[in-house]
Design a binder for this molecule. Structure first.
Ligand code: MLT
Length: 243
């Protein structure tokens, strides 16, 4: 077993990691990568993750549906915010979305030399694990965190992946071991464990408790959002994804 899985706890640390030739899984559980899974599962054609409001506005002017979140709230003047329930709207089917969020979309654009970049969530956890078990390359999980800081929910997700792949990958470093140990502590009741998370408190203050519960539900969807060479996330089945 010479494959390794490692964890980058914040995009601010990404320069300390090698992503070339690896499969990178970006996790922004509350809520960007969860929203991406919902959107594509509900028929959205593709999603372009962008890092700035300016670029998102430009794409809106070009006809994209524009989704913008900052600080956990929808940005005025854009079409969508970042609640997963916004992305279940049937009117979004076959549409192309430009999305910018506080952390997740920037994290997705932080590993341009990766072999493959995937948006990870609990909503499609097992399909992604099954895919990763079939691949042969090293894996780097990038936790989106919060404004450069480490957060609990994305670290827990990273630990869940390390735990699920323990028979297929070596633990690649202390961060991966830390996250796996954290997950072992919390796995019986993620929601209770995350009662203490900063973003849980932030979202509760914003009246978004149902988003928290939904983003922690397991395996609602089978497809996985994969960043393709066109710079957009597409819904891909396991066979389509294999590299
Ligand atoms: C993020 O980018 O960290 C999240 O999208 C923030 C949120 O949705 O509340």
């Amino acid at each position: 077993m010479n494959r390794k899985i490692d964890v980058c706890l914040s995009p601010g640390l990404i320069d300390n990691y090698e992503s070339m030739g690896k499969i990178v899984i970006v996790a922004d559980i509350f809520r960007a990568t969860s929203c991406m899974a919902v959107a594509l599962a509900h028929g959205v054609k593709k999603i372009k993750p962008v890092s700035s409001l300016v670029e998102c506005r430009q794409l809106q002017d070009e006809g994209y549906i524009a989704a913008a979140e900052r600080g956990g709230q929808k940005v005025d003047g854009f079409d969508l915010g970042n609640s997963p329930f916004h992305y279940m709207d049937e009117s979004l089917a076959d549409q192309t979305i430009a999305m910018t969020t506080t952390n997740g979309t920037m994290a997705l654009n932080s590993c341009t030399d990766a072999k493959q970049v995937i948006a990870g969530s609990f909503l499609n956890f097992s399909p992604l694990v099954n895919y990763l078990r079939k691949t042969k390359v090293d894996i780097l999980v990038v936790a989106a965190g919060w404004k450069g800081k480490v957060n609990l929910e994305d670290s827990l997700y990273a630990g869940a992946l390390v735990h699920a792949l323990k028979l297929h990958c070596q633990v690649g470093g202390d961060a991966a071991y830390m996250c796996s140990s954290l997950y072992a502590t919390a796995k019986s009741d993620l929601r209770s464990f995350l009662d203490r998370a900063d973003h849980t408190h932030r979202l509760l203050r914003l009246g978004q408790e149902e988003d928290i519960d939904f983003c922690l539900s397991i395996d609602k969807y089978t497809e996985v959002p994969v960043l393709r060479k066109d710079g957009h996330l597409h819904k891909m089945s396991l066979n389509d994804m294999l590299i």
